[in-house]
Design a protein around this ligand. Structure first.
Ligand code: MN
Length: 283
């Protein structure tokens, strides 16, 4: 039996459904409606048709303020390395929810699939749960590669100092970094992994950001990308068809020569990701 966890701005935002919402029948098949508040990757307001519907679907509503309160002390130290601007804002903590989800959710929840809202599903997302069975020993998170050379850019200094490195190189042999639009969080494995929990410690984050000269602004995916350079064994790499990103911003910003090496993706797309507001192709 599946349950859905929704992050809401407040429990009262369950009712009523606001007009102009994006119908989410594609993913949840139940008339759940979502409305994006603010710009990517802003917090989400979820609306259900009724409280009864919430019971039928076993929806648990999480108050974003309560989550942030738990989250902030865990992720505060990493925020300054992976957020835009120089300040550490309390409200930015929610962009790091995935990295500490295993400490936030009750122990009974052992697996979570966390998805962006700018996705289009070409298959039943339930199939994605099967991917948890493909995790190799030691892996705690399933995630697809980033499909633009954004981390080739971010790691420029480390790459200059280490000309033979795979860091920031394109697939299949390189380490292009990760995109967090589709995330498989094996909460049980995350709780049990001594290594993963050590990497959340402020001193370890500091050590790695210094080693890689890392300064990002993409929240959780920056953390996963940096940690993945040091410990790729913690991640099960999802096939690109599970998170077919469409943004081409970096093609026109200095990386046209190598762009396609990152962007290419063979096979039938299962989930489109219209990142940076890129339109998703119609059927
Ligand atoms: Mn997205």
């Amino acid at each position: 039996m599946f349950g859905f966890s929704l992050v809401c701005c407040s429990p009262s935002s369950l009712l009523p459904c606001s007009p102009g919402g994006v119908c989410c029948r594609d993913c949840l098949h139940a008339g759940l409606r979502f409305r994006k508040s603010g710009l990517h990757p802003g917090p989400v307001t979820a609306c259900l048709r009724s409280r009864e519907q919430a019971l039928v679907l076993r929806v648990i509503v999480h108050d974003v303020n309560e989550l942030t309160e738990k989250l902030f002390p865990i992720v505060e130290a990493m925020q300054k390395h992976f957020s835009a601007g120089s300040g550490t804002y309390y409200s930015d903590s929610i962009f790091f929810l995935s990295v500490a989800m295993h400490r936030i959710m009750p122990k009974e929840i052992t697996q979570i699939i966390q998805v962006d809202l700018d996705l289009k599903y070409k298959t039943n997302i339930r199939d994605l749960f099967d991917e948890f069975d493909n995790f190799p020993e030691g892996a705690v998170i399933g995630i697809a590669r980033e499909m633009q050379p954004v981390y080739r850019h971010t790691f420029w200094q480390y790459r200059r100092e280490n000309p033979q490195t795979k860091v920031g190189e394109p697939p299949p042999d390189g380490l292009p970094g990760f995109n967090s639009g589709v995330l498989l969080l094996n909460l049980e494995a995350m709780r049990q992994s001594k290594l993963y929990n050590q990497l959340l410690e402020p001193t370890m984050v500091q050590k790695l950001t210094e080693k890689y000269h890392f300064k990002g602004h993409l929240g959780d995916q920056d953390f996963f990308t940096m940690v993945g350079m040091e410990h790729p064994e913690l991640f099960h790499v999802l096939d690109c068809t599970w998170n077919r990103q469409l943004c081409t911003w970096w093609r026109d910003h200095g990386y046209s020569d190598v762009f396609d090496q990152y962007f290419q993706c063979e096979g039938e797309v299962k989930i489109y990701h219209g990142n940076c507001n890129t339109p998703i192709p119609e059927d």
